[in-house]
Design a binder for this molecule. Structure first.
Ligand SMILES: Cc1cc2nc3c(=O)[nH]c(=O)nc-3n(C[C@H](O)[C@H](O)[C@H](O)COP(=O)(O)OP(=O)(O)OC[C@H]3O[C@@H](n4cnc5c(N)ncnc54)[C@H](O)[C@@H]3O)c2cc1C
Length: 375
């Protein structure tokens, strides 16, 4: 059955059965979630942000957010890999030729962002890597510090300094197999262990000038106009999925575990219920802010940019609190894999250090509230 906007929920649930099954081995082995991504591809969901005219679902931010949230409930690694594909696909939608957009809509072209660098670190808006014109070619040199799906992407949406124009950056489409590229994997992380988030080095990578996405020197506008809203919303959705899963698993564990001396379950203790209430409230608060962010963007409200910054910071911070509570409430059992809150706890830590990091977002939000320029 072809997935369209009317039946994508059912398709998502089918894919989530595979994603749930794969989550433990993906985390245990630090393995890329190939079967999970294939299930999303088979369900047509890799085209969520791609336009219908190129075979996508045209669901926009709201639909992509719902998908990432649901996937995040089952597997944080898969949700973040999917987030990076959607972010890359959004840039391709705006700037790539139709054949690339069509391939991104089916998932035959699997995308990601290669923005962070060992030189500029989390200040992705100001890359230090270079793109130089040489004999009709563009030559890239870079030390990218983190690229999700580094060994599994078709091409990278890549940032560099401009070739000749003024501005902070230029964006490129760099084929993953280009000569001179080296992935420095495997990724051995604390959380999101299936993400294949490895460094990628470019050593005199030659590209045709047509690989430029948008105009020379206009990378900052693409990062802020296309990528930031998509990434902030989807990163927040991923955090909320992890929190929602933690609430569910905590309720399950505390409902099915009892103390022999009193014959009461953990859930019968008011202290435990109090913590569960806090977990649920914090999750709902982060989700309400995320939903308002999506509404603000859809209506082009004046506070839309502020909301974009807030939703990622709030969800990332709240995830740390909620997942910490899950560990506390589930007690010693939480240290074991079978209760499965410790994986959520580890996965949830990544959102806050993914750029713009939570501390950078506080800095931006503070500036915005004080009426100061962000940059
Ligand atoms: C699992 C994972 C997947 C990732 N995937 C990708 C990807 O696909 N593509 C990509 O481009 N990048 C990716 N990243 C990189 C990510 O976006 C950040 O760039 C990276 O995590 C920053 O780490 P760092 O050590 O370089 O941070 P640093 O920049 O060294 O920051 C260290 C600390 O200083 C704080 N800090 C830095 N600058 C400021 C400031 N101006 N004000 C206040 N505090 C500040 C930070 O908040 C942080 O707490 C990924 C990261 C992770 C963990």
């Amino acid at each position: 059955m072809k997935t369209d906007i009317s039946n994508y929920d059912a398709a998502l649930e089918r894919a989530c059965a595979t994603i749930a099954e794969q989550a433990t081995p993906v985390d245990r082995d630090g393995a890329f979630p190939t079967a999970s991504i294939n299930a999303l591809k088979a369900a047509g969901l890799l085209g969520a942000v791609s336009a219908k005219e190129v075979g996508g679902l045209g669901l926009g931010l709201a639909g992509a957010g719902r998908i990432v949230r649901r996937v995040g409930e089952e597997c944080g690694s898969t949700a973040m890999v999917l987030t990076m594909h959607y972010c890359g696909a959004a840039v391709l939608e705006a700037y790539a030729p139709a054949d690339v957009r069509r391939a991104a809509a089916t998932g035959d072209h699997f995308s990601t962002l290669a923005f962070s660098e060992s030189g500029s670190r989390s200040h992705f808006w100001s890359p230090v890597s270079t793109a130089v014109r040489d004999n009709g070619h563009i030559v890239l040199n870079a030390a990218k510090s983190w690229v999700t799906s580094a060994s599994h992407s078709s091409a990278y949406v890549w940032s560099s300094r401009p070739v000749a124009a003024q501005g902070l950056s230029t964006i490129w489409l760099v084929p993953a197999g280009a000569a001179g590229l080296e992935v420095k994997g495997p990724f051995e992380g604390l959380g999101l262990r299936g993400n294949d988030s490895s460094p990628v080095v470019a050593n005199n990578v030659h590209l045709p000038p047509s690989a430029m996405l948008g105009e020379d020197g206009k990378g900052f506008d693409i990062m802020m106009g296309v990528v930031l809203p998509m990434f902030a919303v989807l990163n927040a959705a991923c955090s909320i999925g992890l929190m929602a899963a933690a609430v569910r698993r905590t309720v399950d564990h505390t409902s099915s575990t009892s103390h022999g001396d009193s014959a009461s379950t953990l859930r019968d203790l008011p202290t435990i219920r109090n913590y569960i209430a806090r977990m649920r409230m914090k999750t709902d608060m982060a989700e309400a802010l995320l939903n308002d962010t999506v509404s603000a963007l859809a209506a082009a409200r004046p506070d839309a940019t502020l909301r974009v910054l807030e939703c990622k910071a709030a969800a990332g911070e709240t995830a740390n609190e909620v997942l910490d509570l899950a560990m506390r409430v589930c007690g010693g059992a939480a240290f074991r894999k079978d209760v499965a809150v410790e994986r959520l706890f580890r996965d949830g830590r990544a959102a806050g250090v993914m750029a713009p990091t939570t501390d950078v977002l506080y800095e931006f939000i503070g500036k915005a509230v004080c009426g100061l320029p962000l940059f």
